[in-house]
Design a protein around this ligand. Structure first.
Ligand SMILES: [Zn+2]
Length: 79
């Protein structure tokens, strides 16, 4: 399963490849979040700026898209 080498988080990952929507001042720094099961399966995604096409591509290739830990900000994600 994917996990963050820095803080050990393995429940949710973010994508730095997709910029967040800029219309809200309180927007999170990532455009797409993924929630993972304990087995490492991508279960749900939260789009904060990602289009449906972006989300579809991320779903098909999560290793490429989910490259940041949203909790500590580390990019050391191990798969
Ligand atoms: Zn982390």
């Amino acid at each position: 399963m994917p996990y963050c080498a820095n803080c050990g988080n393995h429940q949710s990952l973010a994508s730095s490849k997709i910029p967040p929507s800029s219309d809200t001042a309180a927007a999170p720094p990532y455009g797409l979040f993924g929630n993972f099961s304990p087995e490492g399966q991508l279960i749900t995604m939260e789009c904060q700026g990602a289009s449906l096409d972006d989300a579809q591509e991320a779903f098909e290739d999560p290793k490429t898209y989910f490259d940041r830990c949203p909790i500590c900000g580390s990019s050391e994600i191990y798969w």
